[in-house]
Design a protein around this ligand. Structure first.
Ligand code: 5CU
Length: 378
């Protein structure tokens, strides 16, 4: 069967579908796609992005380019999601309409694409969108959840950190979590806003500080808000996959737990120690280093100490925690600056998985693909 083939599965790979790119071309403020010299186009994701944005082309929207990239890196199956900033900048009416169109487009992108080997699996699956913008009705969001649940090749959805304007800890979102949980969809939580490039200094460092440090801090903050709001107590079967290996959260989870314990506002709010909730999450393996992957797997597994009181087992913890981690590429972002065959950003993540201290071959195979097939129910 296909399962014995040990597929390489990418859970973090993006697209701007043609319908979305057309919308970006019609805009005069970020996010926007502008025409540049020589018939080229440039993409400005954030208004203050350095050097007038970046070159953008078929890598961002053409399915043939996605498959070419997959073939070049030996990737068998990809779970494709719209790249940031999704629909965050739209009016409620536009977001509602575009959500329904883009979810249909993504289902078609996957269903009319190639099959994986001679199996019943496809090479492309999708993570849909919800119209998460201020002023939207909860009914419109739940409608999109149901649309995704009914689309055979959409296995979850991607969302940013703003909710409908008041963050992910807004209790107005409870019916949305409930619908997502009931439909067994996976939520891929992904940052966009980061931390301003001018925070605590003003040298030009390109896009590095917001991307390398701001993105992970945004993910950590949004996830901490979810934990603090008790979402995982109310919706214990909710499955949330965090971008960039959970950002800064694994490194800071004991500090988070301690701050909660010492804060009169929240000290008695949760059923469990904050670290317990990390064991309910999934983490992509987009961290670029073996030590980081090993550390995340250990922290994830440690969460069970806060449930059963079991003790630390070191490498056994890492092996168990690895089951919550899944390979990703972040394509089409991080292309090589000078021409190379394979992309360094991909090769580095694959090498990191291959050399995590304490992971055996079966854990590595799991992170490379088996865990994704289980998480997404293939
Ligand atoms: O390079 C970037 O700006 C990005 C981005 O915007 N989103 C993402 O997922 N990765 C890199």
């Amino acid at each position: 069967s296909s399962m014995s083939l040990k597929p390489l599965v990418d859970v973090h790979t993006h697209v701007y579908l043609p319908r979305y790119a057309a919308w970006l071309r019609s805009r005069s403020v970020a996010p926007k796609i502008m025409s540049a010299e020589g018939g080229e186009e440039r993409l400005l994701i954030l208004e203050n992005e350095p050097s007038g944005g970046r070159p953008v082309g078929p890598q961002y929207w053409d399915r043939k380019e996605k498959l070419r990239f997959m073939d070049l890196h030996g990737i068998d199956i990809s779970f494709v999601s719209t790249a940031n900033p999704w629909l965050d900048f739209l009016s409620a009416a536009d977001a509602h309409e575009l959500t329904l169109g883009l979810n249909n487009d993504l289902e078609e992108y996957c269903s009319t694409g190639p099959s994986y080997s001679d199996s019943v699996l496809k090479r492309l699956y999708g993570l849909g969108l919800l119209p998460l913008v201020p002023g939207i009705t909860v009914e419109a969001i739940v409608e999109a959840v149901n649309q995704i649940a009914a689309a055979p090749h959409l296995k979850g959805l991607i969302m940013g950190t703003k909710g409908i304007g008041k963050g992910l800890d807004d209790e107005a979102l409870d019916p949305v979590w409930q619908a997502i949980e009931a439909a067994s969809l996976v939520v891929f939580l992904h940052p966009h806003y980061g931390v301003d490039s001018n925070a605590w200094g003003d040298k030009d460092n390109g896009h590095v500080l917001p991307l390398a440090l701001g993105f992970p801090f945004e993910t950590a903050t949004a996830t901490a808000r979810l934990i603090l709001s008790g979402v995982f107590d109310r919706f214990p079967s909710l499955r949330i996959l965090l971008a960039h290996s959970g950002g800064a959260l694994p490194q800071l989870s004991s500090r988070l737990a301690s701050c909660i314990d010492h804060d009169p506002v929240v000290a008695s709010r949760l059923k469990h120690d904050a670290r317990f909730y990390l064991g309910k999450l999934y983490f992509d393996a987009v961290a670029y280093g073996p030590e980081e992957l090993g550390f995340v797997s250990e922290v994830v597994s440690r969460s069970k100490r806060f449930e059963t009181g079991s003790t630390i087992k070191g490498e056994a913890d890492r092996r168990e925690g690895s089951q919550r981690m899944l390979f990703g590429t972040d394509h089409p972002f991080f292309p090589p600056l000078t021409s190379t065959e394979k992309w360094k950003s991909v090769v580095e993540n694959l090498e990191a998985i291959a050399s995590v201290p304490g992971w055996g071959e079966s854990e590595k195979d799991g992170v490379r693909g088996g865990n994704a097939l289980s998480l997404f129910g293939l």
